[in-house]
Design a binder for this molecule. Structure first.
Ligand code: GLN
Length: 498
């Protein structure tokens, strides 16, 4: 008898449609798994078992009535707590939003419910999605379900979508939403041995998603495998007149067009990503990936993305600049926390509320952002960064005249221990070195598991594609997945200790 919680989106949906099990049985099984794991993993900020059951009951009733079922019918998912969910606390993992219950639903979450998915709860994350380890949450660290062999040191699940990655890797949610501003879907997916796709900027509506850096923020899917990511992304994507940067393009049927045959395709390998002192296991997994795509029929082409080394500093100017502006709205007047000291005036209330409500990383970003936008420094930093951003995007445009997709590692290492990098923000930022270039260029990019490193921890490979070519990204990722031999079936999943 299969264990329901071992199954992913496609298997659950098809099982429900066939009547192998009911949606209610599925929701019940995952609700129990969530409850059992919550004390150890802290993947959720709030759990909503009743929401999962309500959605399941609707699917079971529709099936009984012979009504057509949605793409995600009967699949309960975790929702990153950056998506506004009606009447359910939405915090961005910040104290400043504690207790905030939106009166509206984000477009992406609404689309998922319309497709028949249910909600297991709101997933923990780095505060306002700022971080790479899930250590900046005001609701405690998420603990990765992965451990080094014979070692109980708690490891980071990656960030900012660390609750999402931990929950999917631990099989307490078959899939979860993520958001990616500079790597927050791909890096946590890599750290936990799951798959995650960030689509082209504009594919998924940002309406109702707590804003971090609006020109970079994109929602995406995190799931067991490439097929499940394709299915879920289809349910999430689509034009939304409520988001001025939403792409007005049809959403292709990505899952149906999946094809791992890479014959006639060219894969670019950018030499600038081969950094001095690169972790030998990461370098080896990259070489493995190259060999796998060759085996799938692709031609490998060395390419150059000359401005790569400027991507990280550019990102860490643009993202904080936008964040400082976006986060100005948390002032104690409109949402969540209000700190109004005795006899205080309006300015004092702003200051007290923001001092008490924002965590140290968020304050750091606001200060950097305000600095680079200030009159004396605007041109030297912000304008300059915008120009370099264009050069980075142009590097990709040129490269894609030669190749169909680009293959690089997702992150410079496997998961690190909690506390290992949190004292040094720069060291934490370096973790994003391979993920931010695609974000700055607005391109679709996906991380798939590549195998385990010398510490027995997962590594990810990243496929970057042309704008709007999620299909190309998914297809190359599928070719990698089929050769990486990394699956729950062959034991490539965390041993259960929680
Ligand atoms: N780690 C990056 C940061 O801290 C990316 C975060 C994200 O993609 N949301 O900004």
């Amino acid at each position: 008898m299969t264990n329901i919680t071992d199954l992913g989106i496609a298997a659950l949906r098809d099982g429900v449609a066939k009547g192998a099990f009911s949606a209610t049985e599925v929701a019940t099984a995952f609700n129990a798994a969530v409850e059992a794991a919550q004390p150890a993993l802290n993947a959720f900020i709030v759990t909503t078992p009743e929401k999962a059951l309500e959605a399941a009951a609707r699917v079971d009733a529709d099936r009984a009535a012979g009504k057509p079922l949605g793409k995600m019918a009967g699949v309960p998912i975790g929702m990153k707590d950056l998506f506004a969910t009606r009447d359910v606390q939405t915090t961005a993992a910040s104290k400043i939003l504690e207790g905030f219950k939106p009166q509206y639903e984000s477009t992406v979450s609404q689309k998922l419910w319309d497709a028949g998915a249910g909600m297991l709860g709101k997933l923990n994350l780095d505060q306002f999605a700022m971080g790479s380890s899930n250590e900046t949450s005001a609701f405690g660290n998420v603990i990765s379900p992965w451990r080094r062999p014979n070692d109980t040191t708690p490891l980071a699940p990656g960030g900012s979508s660390g609750g999402s990655s931990a929950a999917v890797a631990a099989r307490i949610a078959p899939a979860a939403t993520g958001t990616d501003t500079g790597g927050s879907i791909r890096q946590p997916a890599a750290f936990t041995g799951i798959s995650g796709i960030k689509p082209t900027y504009g594919r998924c509506s940002r309406w109702g998603v707590v804003a971090f850096a609006s020109s970079l923020d994109q929602a995406g899917a995190m799931a067991h495998d490439v097929t499940d990511c394709a299915i879920m992304l289809e349910a999430m994507a689509g034009f939304d007149p409520k988001d001025s940067t939403s792409l007005n393009m049809p959403v292709p049927d990505w899952a149906a067009a999946l094809d791992a045959d890479m014959k006639g395709k060219k894969v670019g390998i950018p030499r600038e990503y081969r950094l001095d002192g690169m972790d030998p296991d990461v370098a080896k997994s990259w070489d493995d990936g190259i060999a796998w795509l060759k085996d799938a029929g692709a031609e490998i082409v060395e390419i150059s993305l000359p401005h790569t080394k400027y991507a990280l500093p550019t990102y860490y100017i643009i993202a904080p600049a936008e964040a400082s502006s976006n986060l100005a709205r948390y002032d104690g007047v409109r949402y969540g926390l209000r700190d109004l000291p005795e006899g205080a005036g309006l300015q004092d209330m702003y200051a007290a509320t923001r001092a008490a409500g924002f965590g140290p990383e968020v304050k750091r970003r606001i200060m950097i952002g305000t600095y680079v936008l200030s009159a004396g420094f605007y041109d030297a930093y912000y304008t300059q960064a915008q120009k370099v951003r264009t050069l980075i995007a142009r590097d990709f445009t040129k490269a894609f005249e030669q190749v169909d997709v680009i293959l690089v590692p997702t992150a410079p290492s496997s998961a690190f221990a909690l506390g290992e990098k949190s004292a040094d923000p720069l060291e934490m930022y370096l973790n994003d070195v391979f993920s931010v270039p695609a974000s700055l260029a607005g391109l679709p990019a996906m991380s798939v598991p590549a195998g385990l490193d010398r510490n027995g921890l997962p590594l990810g490979l990243q496929v970057i594609g042309k704008a709007f070519d999620e299909q190309g990204v998914l297809n190359a990722s599928l070719a990698l997945e089929q050769r990486a031999q990394f699956s729950a079936q062959n034991g490539s999943r965390p041993e259960k200790w929680w």
